[in-house]
Design a protein around this ligand. Structure first.
Ligand SMILES: Nc1ncnc2c1ncn2[C@@H]1O[C@H](COP(=O)(O)OP(=O)(O)OP(=O)(O)O)[C@@H](O)[C@H]1O
Length: 220
């Protein structure tokens, strides 16, 4: 389980996250839903160790995260897909997917790559293409594949279906549904949950840096 407790994050002097409590139980797919500027990216970057936290606690399974630098958090099996994809333009799709392997020294990378290609055969098909020649949606698939190379136990996905063609957004949702079947633990941020309908075990709503659990309407 990922446990976030009383997390405060400021950027400069401005408080962005205020006392955030949230849990992603093992094997659960959880949504983090909020409009632009609510703090979704800030929360994910803080969990990954890319932003400093002022106070609170972050734990993944039995490991405390705050004392660990970002690369050590990734090495625990936590993968992150940033909203803006951040692919390296000079590299091919496959080289982008392999980047975290080179930077964090993951074991059994070839086997893992085949598993990821099994999940997203289209990425295997365009693996040799320069990342700049791919559409926005294809680049999101590459960014998801890259997050999966490291994210063997937990995935943080920042707006995976945002701003791409509907057919590719649906494809991403299909992959998420396969990951759910595989029992992956996932926190997925979106500005609304239309695409995620039926996939989420738990939904958190984030507004101006505060997070609350949304009570699902019980079936009548
Ligand atoms: N580097 C920064 N300096 C100052 N303020 C920032 C910085 N980065 C983010 N913020 C502010 O923090 C707040 C939360 O931003 P964040 O990117 O986490 O939101 P978000 O929910 O992910 O929305 P979006 O989808 O637009 O990225 C916003 O008000 C934003 O203006």
């Amino acid at each position: 389980m990922l446990a976030v407790e009383g997390l405060d994050v400021s950027i400069g002097a401005v408080p962005i996250l205020r006392g955030v409590d949230l849990q992603v139980p093992t094997g659960a797919m959880c949504g983090l839903i909020g409009r632009n500027g609510a703090g979704k990216t800030t929360l994910m970057r803080a969990v990954m160790g890319l932003l400093k936290t002022q106070s609170g606690r972050l734990a993944f399974e039995q490991d405390e995260l705050l004392p660990r630098p970002g690369f050590e958090r990734a090495r625990l099996g936590v993968g992150y897909m940033p909203e803006d994809r951040k692919l390296v333009p000079a590299l091919t799709a496959e080289e982008n997917v392999m980047l975290p392997v080179w930077s964090t020294g993951i074991e059994n990378a070839a086997e893992r790559l085949e598993w990821v290609y099994g999940l997203m055969p289209e990425v295997k098909e365009f693996r040799s293409r320069p990342s700049t020649s791919l559409s926005g949606g294809q680049q999101k698939l590459v960014a998801l594949a890259r997050a999966l190379m490291v994210g063997r136990r937990l995935l943080l996905l920042d707006e995976p279906t945002e701003g791409i063609a509907p057919v590719l957004a649906r494809r991403i949702v299909d992959v998420l549904s396969d990951l759910k079947r595989e029992g992956m633990s996932v926190l997925v941020a979106e500005s609304n949950d239309t695409h995620l309908h039926g996939l989420l075990d738990r939904t958190y709503v984030i507004e101006r840096g505060s997070v609350r659990l949304r009570e699902e309407a019980s079936a009548a």
